[in-house]
Design a protein around this ligand. Structure first.
Ligand SMILES: [Zn+2]
Length: 564
């Protein structure tokens, strides 16, 4: 906190080196934060300031908003300004899709990485809010779960941390490839590589949000910080930044606005995630959108603009105590690993080069990720060679079996007894090779395919599990999903008291394959096109895999040739 406060104090123009992983090769770029703006691209003198004849788009990206919850509020008239943004007229020009599903795990950073790259995690390399990268032996944590470090969160904006992690072109880079004049603005979205400008909220809003969410309440069992204020300030900061930049000059052809407050507050709200989110959407988001709609109308920006609304995941109520939180102590997953003979990587953003760890844990709501080295090759105190895969039987299956047995007995980690719904394993390939699909570990060294297991053990609340696991784990970066996936009983359970989750104590989390966590809104609207025509067009884009990565196809499809 102190470190970054000081960084901001050194004048308005803060220059931060940023290594942007561009597709033509890795090149060094510079992020210049001037006031609330990061300019990603300077236009050459004499070039057009924007591309007003191209398809105009507003993408409203909401964090932690479930499909049913949003549609219900819209249909019951509780979000009048939101509805106005969608063209009013009782949604005559808006398609409210009812099929879109989140990534697995249903969490923020992988969801938006897929949305804004059009690729699944197994390809773009961003599978979780935190994860291990074998080839560089580094721990990427744009939204840390196993440790507390607000600097990591800030680096999403100050250093473009997610921009460097996503190993695929962004939707903005695709747009600029065909229309270099297009003016693209992004407000507070994690993945903004290729945009012209990125707006961050006024800095004190950041500090307050981080103080409330990341640093203050987190280690305590009974959270004391349940005020909505810091999140309201952050969302209003994002909207106000956009509005102030819309006062004069060319208007953006493509504008992405990301609002995180609904999710952040839902995690800690005493009244539970559903009541908290309904109130937040009606009392905070809708009035904020009123200001945006007014300013966009003033600049005649809504007359023929496509408005796209989506969210990253839903929410599931949990109990905020040590009995339900699968934490980083030896009572929980680390206890199983240590009893199985593994030397765990310390829970921190970075550890010394010589650290002899041979296993890594990464967390995120319903899922825990386990990464293993080939421990026969890690001798003594020497650092392991992580680019080689672990051995299937001696390392992967042996460890899966340790979790399987502890789940029954609690013998080595009593906090995890009965906590696991499924344990997924697969025979690992080398880093960079397309990884195999996960299967379910069923004890005694045996596995079953996910579909066969679910046919024998129905999980009525889960949706489209095996294909979404393939999106996560099959692909050239499939190894980043780990060697073992530990799915907690969470989205399969009816009450908070029966649910477990990988995080410090919270009152709500997400990440599971349940409909509640996975069903997300997708609204596409244009004032000149009928809802039916939009529905047909969107349906064709989603095909039989209605996944978040299709958002990029929708944006690019509209830019190329919109319906109507
Ligand atoms: Zn969340």
């Amino acid at each position: 906190m102190v470190a970054w406060g000081v960084r901001w104090m050194f004048g308005l123009a803060v220059v931060v080196a940023c290594f942007i992983n561009c597709h033509a090769g890795t090149q060094v770029a510079t992020l210049v934060i001037d006031g609330d703006t990061i300019t990603m691209r300077e236009r050459a003198p004499g070039t057009a300031p924007s591309s007003p004849k191209s398809t105009q788009i507003l993408l409203l990206a909401l964090d932690g908003v479930s499909r049913d919850l949003l549609y219900d509020l819209l249909h019951s008239g509780k979000l009048p300004h939101f509805a106005e943004l969608l063209g009013g007229d009782d949604f005559a020009h808006a398609d409210l899709d009812d099929r879109l599903l989140s990534n697995l795990p249903s969490t923020t950073i992988p969801a938006w990485s897929a949305v804004f790259s059009g690729t699944p995690a197994g390809v773009n390399g961003v599978p979780n809010n935190e994860f291990f990268i074998r080839e560089t032996k580094t721990f990427a944590a744009p939204a840390p779960v196993t440790f507390v470090d607000s600097a990591e969160t800030l680096e999403v904006y100050t250093k473009g941390a997610v921009n460097t992690l996503v190993d695929a072109p962004s939707v903005y880079e695709h747009i600029h490839a065909t229309d270099p004049d297009a003016l693209i603005w992004v407000a507070l979205s994690h993945f903004f590589r290729g945009a012209d400008k990125m707006f961050v909220a006024e800095r004190t809003a950041f500090v307050k949000m981080l103080a409330a969410f990341v640093e203050d309440g987190l280690p305590r069992e009974e959270r004391k910080v349940t005020s909505r204020k810091p999140y309201v300030a952050l969302d209003n900061g994002a909207i106000d930044a956009v509005i102030s930049h819309l006062a004069s000059g060319p208007v953006p052809d493509v504008l992405t606005v990301y609002l995180s407050g609904t999710d952040l507050y839902a995690h800690v709200a005493k009244e539970g995630p559903d009541e908290a989110r309904r109130a937040y959407l009606t009392e905070v988001i809708d009035p904020a959108l009123a200001k945006l709609v007014e300013q966009m109308k003033k600049r005649d920006m809504l007359a023929n603009r496509w408005v796209i609304v989506t969210a990253d995941h839903g929410h599931t109520a949990i109990v905020a105590d040590a009995a339900h939180a699968i934490d980083t102590g030896d009572d929980d997953a680390p206890g199983v690993m240590k009893a199985a003979g593994w030397k765990l990587r310390p829970f921190a953003a970075s550890v010394g080069d010589a650290d002899p760890f041979d296993a890594v844990l990464a967390y995120g709501g319903a899922f825990g990720f386990v990464y293993l080295a080939d421990r026969s090759r890690c001798t003594g105190e020497r650092a392991c060679a992580w680019d080689a895969p672990p051995r299937y039987r001696e390392d992967v299956l042996a460890t899966a079996d340790a979790f399987y047995r502890n789940n029954e007995t609690g013998a080595v980690a009593p906090g995890m007894r009965g906590a696991l719904d499924m344990i997924f394993v697969r025979e690992p390939r080398r880093v960079g090779e397309v990884q195999r699909p996960f299967e379910v570990y069923v004890g005694g060294g045996k596995t079953m395919t996910v579909d066969a297991y679910l046919a024998e053990h129905p999980h009525p609340t889960y949706i489209d599990v095996s294909r979404r696991l393939d999106e996560l784990a099959v692909g050239r970066h499939g190894d980043r999903a780990g060697d073992i996936l530990l799915l907690a009983h969470d989205g399969d359970r009816d009450t908070p008291e029966e649910r477990f989750y990988y995080a410090k104590p919270f009152r709500s989390w997400h990440g599971s394959p349940s409909k509640q966590d996975s069903e997300v809104p997708l609204i596409v609207a244009n004032p000149h096109v009928s809802a039916a025509a939009i529905e047909a067009w969107v349906g064709a884009k989603l095909g039989d895999r209605p996944y978040q990565r299709k958002l990029a196809d929708i944006v690019l499809g509209l830019r190329a040739k919109p319906p109507g």
